[in-house]
Design a protein around this ligand. Structure first.
Ligand code: AMP
Length: 508
């Protein structure tokens, strides 16, 4: 059987190809027949450009139906899709394009000169604008469709996706057709996707969440997608009644909660709200349930592995936990000596399964470091597994604060802060401290109309946490720095607060 991910999608296409595969808010739509024909034509074009199977196609384009066709065309023709965040600027792009060494770049017409200057010798540059105009679709219109999906082995690369780089230099994760197929089949089963579903897709296509999880679940189940160009709370609220499933990062849900129109009536057609990519605050889970009657389903994944664990479709969705391992995925927790730890103990989260990537592009040393001697992937996340198998994440290993020799898991302190009535969001970091090595620092966003005082917050936490976990300083800010996926940029916070204890003795 052809292990090409597109072949898996093709098998799930509905018998009636006139059914809608993808719709846009402006009223445009592509049937499954049009999705098939359009991606086959683009694949035919790519094949005539002299690319060889395995060659990279670097893509920085606005989100559109044509961008989806381009992704599918790369799969069909056996090329490696390399999506680029549209926020990246020249220096970042130059580094990433040099590393990926693509044979073709597709970019927004406005960036054609920039890519022309940074593309490697022999690499072609084509353009695709948000309305589908540009040289790519014009050339495809005059091309013959690729007659058949190229045969790929499950170990062949499908996507080169760079880690989002909130902690240092990005690394290119090599994701195979087999990784994507195994993960998407597990998700379709776990989340009950079927042809009757319509997915509200507001996520970017340059990240695992929107690309493999969002597009993947819809296309592997013959469902349809409502493709929004970006997240806009009012537009999402207006689109909800036509959708059955929504996927988002926690910030999408906190922004939706700020919309007065979010209520039970707005969500009557929706069967499932899924959250991931960053921790979902239990207060957000509770507020969303209160307003809409829906318990959000939180899951845990990453660029290198796709999705790993999920709260159940049927069964307890535990706030603060990322749920149980997906079918085929094994999860264990290890201590600093690398030995597996018992239930309840906190350590590094390690994973094994067909979803785990093939290593980092052209970085054999980093690839080797990412795996244990017995073949488990070290996630760099810390957490614990309850006796009944639910996993809870307590932070990134790099974010762990060691104060006076004691480990402080930032997420535990953040949860305690977010449980205070005046606190909307919290981020906890370590700052260099002359006595303790590092000291706990909290950066907090207040709830609307609340004016919490630093001393009051510190006092309240002293009742709830061991003294060494209580922040020595609490900074109240209007907004936390976040990347496009809603992840708090802790590196930025650490830089901002690095000198907190350098010159003066802190209060508390
Ligand atoms: P990325 O590779 O950009 O998708 O980032 C993956 C990282 O996001 C993981 O290693 C976790 O640290 C974090 N992450 C993803 N989902 C969750 C979640 N539900 N709760 C907490 N952290 C998450």
């Amino acid at each position: 059987m052809n292990a090409n991910l597109f072949a898996l999608f093709e098998r799930a296409f509905p018998a009636d190809r006139a059914r809608v595969a993808l719709a846009t808010p402006a009223g445009g739509s592509l049937s499954y027949a049009a999705l098939d024909a359009g991606s086959a034509r683009l694949a035919g074009l790519l094949a005539t450009l002299g690319l060889q199977p395995g060659d990279r196609v670097s893509v920085q384009v606005p989100k559109s139906a044509e961008a989806v066709l381009l992704y599918l065309a790369c799969l069909r023709a056996g090329f490696v899709f390399h999506p680029l965040n549209d926020a990246y600027r020249q220096a970042e792009l130059a580094w990433l394009v040099a590393d990926a060494s693509p044979a073709l770049v597709v970019c927004d017409p406005a960036a054609a000169d920039l890519f022309g200057a940074i593309a490697p010798a022999g690499c072609r540059v084509m353009t695709l604008a948000d309305d589908g105009s540009g040289s790519l679709m014009a050339a495809a219109a005059a091309t013959t469709a690729l007659p058949a999906t190229v045969v790929r082995k499950s170990s062949d690369l499908a996507i080169l996706l760079y880690t989002s780089g909130t902690t240092g230099t990005p690394k290119g994760a090599m994701i195979t057709h087999g990784n994507l197929a195994a993960n998407v089949l597990a998700l379709v089963e776990a989340w009950g996707f079927g042809p009757a579903d319509r997915l509200l897709h507001a996520l970017p296509l340059y990240h695992a969440h929107g690309l493999f999880v969002g597009l993947g679940c819809a296309l592997a189940s013959g469902a349809s997608l409502l493709l929004l160009p970006r997240f806009d709370a009012a537009a999402v609220l207006a689109a909800l009644p036509a959708c059955t499933v929504m996927m988002g990062v926690p910030t999408y849900y906190t922004r939706l909660l700020q919309q007065p129109g979010l209520d039970r009536a707005a969500c009557t057609g929706v069967r499932l709200f899924i959250s991931g990519s960053a921790p979902l605050a239990p207060a957000t889970f509770a507020a969303f349930r209160e307003r809409t009657g829906h318990e959000m389903l939180e899951r845990y994944g990453m660029t290198e592995t796709g999705m790993n664990t999920s709260n159940p479709l049927h069964g307890e969705r535990r706030p603060g936990s990322v749920g149980l391992p997906l079918p085929g995925v094994s999860v264990r927790i290890t201590g600093s000596d690398g030995q597996p730890l018992p239930a309840g103990a906190t350590g590094e989260i390690e994973l094994r399964g067909p979803n785990v990537f093939a290593g980092y592009w052209r970085q054999p040393d980093k690839s080797a470091e990412a795996f244990t001697a017995d073949g488990w992937f070290r996630t760099g996340d810390q957490g614990h597994i309850d006796g009944d198998g639910y996993l809870t994440i307590s932070g990134r290993s790099k974010d762990l604060v060691i104060s006076g020799g004691l480990n402080v898991y930032p997420r535990e302190v953040e949860l305690a802060l977010e449980a205070l009535p005046d606190v909307a969001e919290a981020a906890v970091i370590g700052a260099p401290h002359p006595e303790f090595g590092e000291a706990v620092v909290a950066v907090v966003v207040a709830r609307a109309d609340a004016r919490p005082a630093e001393a009051v917050i510190i006092r309240a936490l002293k009742d709830r946490l061991a003294a060494y976990k209580v922040p020595k300083r609490v900074f109240i800010v209007p907004e936390l720095p976040r990347n496009a996926m809603g992840k708090i940029e802790k590196t930025t916070l650490r830089q901002r607060h690095a000198a907190t204890f350098a010159t003066q003795d802190p209060p508390g």
